[in-house]
Design a protein around this ligand. Structure first.
Ligand code: NAD
Length: 219
């Protein structure tokens, strides 16, 4: 098992990429703290993992709140005594172009995507250090590496995230045509990268932005 004995905390883990990564981390032997604002989904996932014999807990955490972060890290320390991997994955995308975006929407975009990540790292560092070091992972986006026409300005500004899936078939076909591998990423494609980066196999890899994009930014 590639993450045996590691204690991990994943934000935005109640669904999507975060939930897929929580399942993979657990199957690789990690203890997983599932942090999210969605209590019902997060608790259900923790119970699912628990029932399979994994160590999993749900943490009610709004990443925008400093007091929530302080409480969450206290809980991790109390239950596990250490933290090895912090995955800042929680994110939002309010798809409003710059001329239509309200101040409130902009504040939300910046608070969840940027401030939430900053606060998480700030509060996790002491516990990561206590265990002799650890790994900090952030779910970013290919739009943080190259400009992309389907990304609205606030999202690009906040974290450059790309919306990979859409219900508009025309746009979906156009997007697909951009991906050399000819398919959209699955949540497991992303979770697999996180398993590797969280494991000791990636111990000498630091400060990289790793695109999980089917070659989109390669050319
Ligand atoms: N899905 C994609 O195509 C894609 C592409 C590039 C990057 N990303 C990034 O990957 C991450 C996960 O994306 P996803 O597609 O799984 O999204 P998702 O919307 O399915 O899940 C996001 C999770 O974050 C949680 N969340 C939102 N605000 C929060 C807050 N304030 N505090 C705590 N939790 C909060 C939500 O409750 C949800 O469970 C995001 O950061 C997103 O920007 C996604």
């Amino acid at each position: 098992m590639r993450l045996a004995g590691k204690v991990t905390l994943i934000t935005g883990a109640a669904q999507g990429i975060g939930a897929a990564t929580a399942r993979r981390f657990a199957s690789e032997g990690a203890a997983v703290f599932i942090a999210d604002v969605k209590a019902a989904e997060g608790q259900a996932l923790a119970a699912e993992l628990d029932a399979k014999g994994n160590r999993a807990w749900f943490l009610l955490l709004d990443v925008r709140s400093e007091s929530d972060w302080a409480r969450a890290l206290e809980t991790v320390a109390a239950h596990a005594g250490r933290l090895d991997v912090l995955l800042c994955n929680a994110g939002v995308n309010i798809r409003e172009p710059i001329e239509q975006m309200s101040e409130a929407s902009l504040d939300t975009m910046l608070a969840v995507n940027i401030k939430g990540t900053f606060l998480g790292i700030k509060h996790a560092l002491p516990l990561l250090r206590r265990g002799g070091g650890g790994t900090i992972l952030i779910t970013s986006s290919i739009a943080g590496l190259v400009g992309h026409r389907y990304t609205t300005e606030a999202y690009t500004m906040a974290k450059g995230a790309l919306t990979l899936l859409t219900r508009d078939p025309q746009r979906r076909a156009e997007r697909l045509a951009e991906v050399p591998l000819g398919r959209m990423a699955s949540v497991d494609d992303v979770a697999s990268a996180f398993v590797y980066l969280a494991s000791d196999e990636a111990a000498f890899i630091n400060g990289v932005a790793l695109p999980v994009d089917g070659g989109l930014t390669a050319g």
